[in-house]
Design a protein around this ligand. Structure first.
Ligand SMILES: [Cu+2]
Length: 416
């Protein structure tokens, strides 16, 4: 396993080309200048470079959409038997997370159980946090659940809306098509230095067609809904009488009552040879060997639940959290000393590697995570994503506080 290095940074080549062709580009020059400033201002704070897990934003994709490769995508729909639905007491599909104080984050080059190989430094320093108890969905929101929401409300997701010239003034007109970002394996080994090699903006990709127009949801009712932008997840949560978890709630819940462990289940990646999460095996990004039972995405709840009865808190799909993303947020919290009480993220987003993009936190890692490049199934590690960018490895789950849970229990059944 190697540490992150500069070669993990996405290539700027494509952007430089765009700069030459569009001298009046507003976005990119500012972005590049601010990047440079931010890197120097960060003064050695090593930035997360998990570009595998943070595909190019919608903005970057629209500026650089590669249509020919988009057309090569095809569906790999897999029909599968239904998972068992976790049981619960009054709030179907939700489990109680007791809350409490814990050490949050992960560090590189730690020792013992604090050693988190390939954790990026935005996940440090480890700091003390307290969260109140809350209810949490035992699984990520499934296609069938999301469909109920869409049927009830007529909601149209971001990926289904055609981007406008006003939103993306510098994008070539032919790129302004509704779509979303899709992972496609490469047909040969490639240097892991340019994520445009495996991420493509695909016309017609959206939650109903997660890998592009030819893919569909047949037999995938119990799969996590993906191609969900942050506003989409937020709209669903609101409709369901719930909300999205804070990053602190997510990590507290993911730890499942364990203390200082590397994974949501302990310190050993495969205890007794058992696969505990849906991740990538084999050479990235060529072929997921599927040794864990799934080449690509899996239905929800196919791997063991953690100590709180939560499924897929690591692997399978990344999950939106409600916090804005700042690489230095943990450093800010740690500086104040003491215990951070129910932290809900910084007031504004800032990712030094793409300073112009508004990002929120992703947690959990996905079926693409692997020890060659990005092991974000490690419980304290962080991800991030531009709010309007969905991908086929990004979904969400909801939480509920006791106040709203009481209301739901007294009133109508939770809208699920
Ligand atoms: Cu990853």
């Amino acid at each position: 396993m190697r540490k992150f290095s500069n070669r993990d940074r996405p290539s700027r080549g494509r952007r430089c080309k765009l700069l030459r062709f569009h001298s009046v580009l507003r976005l990119l020059p500012v972005l590049l200048i601010m990047s440079a400033l931010a890197v120097s201002a960060a003064g050695g704070l090593e930035q997360p470079k998990c570009e595998l897990c943070t595909p190019p934003s919608r903005v970057a994709q629209l500026l650089a959409a590669n249509k020919s490769s988009a057309e090569t995508h095809r569906a790999t729909a897999v029909s599968d038997e239904q998972p068992s639905t976790p049981a619960n007491n009054g709030l179907p599909g939700m489990v109680w997370i007791p809350g409490g104080e814990f050490s949050m984050g992960a560090v590189m080059n730690g020792s013992g159980s604090s050693e988190m190989p390939m954790a990026s430094n935005d996940a440090g320093p480890i700091h003390r946090v307290f969260v109140d108890g809350f209810w949490m969905d035992a699984t990520t929101v499934t296609n069938e659940q999301f469909e109920k929401f869409v049927k009830a409300t007529g909601y149209v997701t971001i990926a289904e809306r055609t981007p406008t010239k006003e939103e993306f003034p510098t994008a070539p007109a032919e790129n302004l098509v509704a779509g979303s970002v899709v992972f496609a394996p490469t047909d040969h080994e490639v240097p892991l230095d340019n994520h445009f090699q495996w991420w493509t903006y695909v016309k017609g990709a959206n939650w109903r067609h997660p890998q592009g127009p030819e893919s569909d949801l047949k037999g995938k009712e119990k799969y996590p809904v993906v191609q969900i932008a942050y506003p989409d997840a937020e709209a669903y949560a609101k409709w369901a009488g719930k909300r999205l978890p804070t990053e602190a709630e997510f990590e507290f819940a993911a730890r499942g009552g364990l203390t200082g462990k590397t994974y949501t289940w302990g310190d050993e990646f495969r205890p007794g040879g058992k696969w505990m999460a849906n991740t990538w095996q084999g050479k990235f990004p060529v072929k997921d060997a599927g040794e864990d039972g799934y080449a690509g995405i899996a239905p929800v709840a196919r791997f063991p639940a953690n100590g709180y009865g939560l499924y897929d808190m690591a692997g399978n799909v990344w999950q939106w959290c409600s916090d804005w993303y700042r690489a230095d947020y943990y450093a800010q919290l740690a500086k104040t000393g003491g215990v951070a009480m129910n932290p809900h993220g910084p007031d504004s987003p800032f990712d030094p590697s793409e300073p112009n993009e508004k990002k929120r936190v992703h947690r959990g890692g996905s079926f693409l995570c692997n020890d060659q490049y990005c092991s974000r199934y490690i419980v304290g590690t962080r991800g991030k994503g531009e709010v309007n960018t969905g991908t086929n490895h990004l979904g969400f789950r909801c939480v509920m506080t006791t106040a709203s849970a009481a209301k739901t229990a007294v009133g109508a059944a939770p809208a699920r």
